[in-house]
Ligand binder design. Sequence first.
Ligand code: DC
Length: 229
Amino acid sequence: MKKITIAVDGYSSCGKSTLAKALAKKLGYKYIDTGAMYRAVTLYLLRLGAEKILASASLIASTLRDIDLSFRMTPGKETSEIHLNGENVEKEIRSMPVAALVSRVSAVKEVRKRMVELQKEMGKGKGVILDGRDIGTVVFPDAELKLFMTADPEIRVRRRFNELKAKGINITVDEVRTNVSARDYEDTHREESPLLKAPDAVVLDNSFLSEEQQLEFAVRLLENQDPDR
Ligand code: DC
């Protein structure tokens, strides 16, 4: 069975990672959560004093050289988790302070350049599925399958709210709505690699689809491309 590269792009909180993880499991592919990488950089900056670093391009560049990012398996978990200089930060990067700053950090040219370099290296060799905002347009423009995911904004807000609540994070629906719409705006309006649908990406609107149905949709696309897959 020929292995391919799968790119999943789309808006915040529309189920990209749920689909990407399920697809990776089904196909036996490696999964790379590129949003987790931008979040881990943001966490690192927050710990050091983000404002000071973000004010200087040379400080950003030197700070990036001190950041080592890797995805490692955690016993008992099905997918790998992000490690920042060896520390598992998978939970901490989902916090609101990180969510509030990550779009700003991910708009910085030096940050994007470094992350794209790392993602190309991590994803080389096929049999890989990456989710993010610029995977099908910038990181792997030659990906054999590209999905562009979207869902009704209010449905995305509810999903994100329920997800955070289930994790014990104390937050209101209004706070989640403000964050999701701010990130949508910033991700689509930034100068560097804004969120765009690649011309050859297939749109998947999962507003009214279950997790199983969206997985089925993707698997059917793969089968239509190559019945042996
Ligand atoms: O997928 P996520 O919500 O965890 O991503 C966090 C932020 O990182 C998001 O607001 C935009 C940014 N991001 C990006 O600019 N490019 C990517 N490939 C992935 C994420």
